[in-house]
Design a protein around this ligand. Structure first.
Ligand code: PLP
Length: 378
């Protein structure tokens, strides 16, 4: 017997109530029964995305929505500004390049957040840039970006602001309408407590208008087709019925908790995780740490890949390592979605045990002690 603990920034654990919903017999999607569910899900999504804009739901992983935000807005030869501070900023740039869009990169060192002046300058130098692509949480470095200040800049221009909130949604605040974010992209397997397979785009009027002139090729991800169907509470193709039914339950749970308390919970878990790893003598990787995931520098003399592997294969606790150049140099522990205090305490305990086994010198329990102190009440 080995109990498993999933503590990665996607996929994340799924509440039993949601799992049971998804086990129910399939419905046909062109029925009033399914339509009622889809309607409720659309309302629930608007609550989480903090918007009254249309939200398109696609049957794909999050990257499908990233691609949709490019092929529906842009045309070959267009310019797009892309903030690249890690793997997921790079992904936007890669998709742009694949479609012949000219990328104007704003490169920032991994673990840093983009500052408003450089965004303002780049936009001023490239007033023809049709869109600006940025992440809310750059999951690869555990960094949250200040979307509010970026939106203040794009709001006054014709440039469409597209934010990848795939991992950030639900953990790091994003006030789509209040801040003036044009497109917010997300996926199901992170803060929304669902399996992978659904992707979302919240789309403003400014973004819909900008889409009218786009000529990049698209078919399955044609958002105009999706919008036409959405206006009739329908989808152009067969939706992922069981996932949408599961999502209704997950969204009900979020509504019951309230968005305010959900953000407060993520902040509390993130704070406790950061302080606990610091108490172990470890350093955070990010200068702007996200409330979705904590990236931690692997201490000198310790093999970070071995730590992640041992925790998974010997102890049943799955955390994430570093990707690409950060392989072996950081580990990442998520406190995202269906998580509460004992999940953080378990994660810190597992990290302590794993580090001890690899010969790292520290007092066993010193991290857990901090986590328990910080999380005990509430
Ligand atoms: C997970 C993630 C993605 C990729 O999503 P997929 O569902 O794997 O396609 C993109 N961006 C960010 C910030 C992510 O965390």
């Amino acid at each position: 017997m080995r109990k498993k603990y999933l503590m990665t920034p996607g996929p994340t654990p799924i509440p039993p109530e949601v799992l049971l919903e998804m086990a129910k017999p399939i419905l046909h999607h062109r029925t009033p029964q399914y339509q009622a569910i889809f309607k409720e899900v659309n309302e629930g999504l608007k609550y989480v995305f903090q918007t009254s804009n249309d939200i398109v739901t696609l049957a794909s992983s999050g990257t499908g929505a990233m691609e949709a935000s490019i092929v529906n807005l842009l045309s070959k030869g267009d310019k797009a500004i892309v903030i690249r501070g890690g793997k997921f900023g790079e992904r936007f740039a890669e998709i742009c390049s694949a479609y012949g869009v000219e990328v104007i990169p704003i490169d920032i060192p991994e673990g840093n957040a983009p500052q408003a002046p450089i965004v303002r300058d780049t936009l001023a130098k490239n007033p023809k840039a049709k869109a600006l692509y940025v992440n809310l949480c750059e999951t690869s470095s555990g960094s949250v970006y200040d979307i509010k200040s970026i939106a203040e800049i794009t709001k006054k221009t014709s440039t469409v602001l597209v934010v990848d909130a795939i991992s950030g949604l639900g953990a790091d605040d994003i006030q789509t309408d209040n801040w003036g974010v044009d497109i917010v992209v997300s996926g199901s397997q992170k803060g929304l407590m669902m399996p992978p397979g659904l992707a979302f785009l919240a789309i403003s009027q400014k973004a819909w208008k900008a889409m009218e002139s786009s000529t990049l090729p698209k078919y399955y991800f044609d958002l105009k087709k999706a919008k036409k169907a959405l206006d009739k509470t329908d989808t152009p193709f067969t939706p992922a019925v069981s996932l949408v039914i599961g999502l209704r339950e997950a969204l009900r749970m979020i509504k019951e908790e309230t968005a305010e308390k959900m953000f407060a919970r993520h902040k509390k878990l993130a704070d406790a995780t950061r302080e606990s790893v610091k108490a172990l003598g470890l350093e955070l990787f990010s200068k702007s740490p996200s409330n979705a995931v904590t990236a931690v520098k692997v201490p000198a003399g310790i093999d970070g890949e071995k730590l992640v592997k041992n925790l998974r294969d010997v102890h049943g606790v799955t955390i994430a390592g570093g990707q690409d150049e950060l392989k072996g140099k950081i580990f990442r522990v998520a406190h995202l979605g269906f998580m509460e205090k004992f999940d953080v305490i378990t994660a810190i305990s597992a990290i302590e045990i794993g580090l001890k086994e690899l010969g790292y010198k520290f007092e066993l329990g010193s991290g857990v002690k901090v986590a328990e102190k910080m999380l005990a009440e509430g």
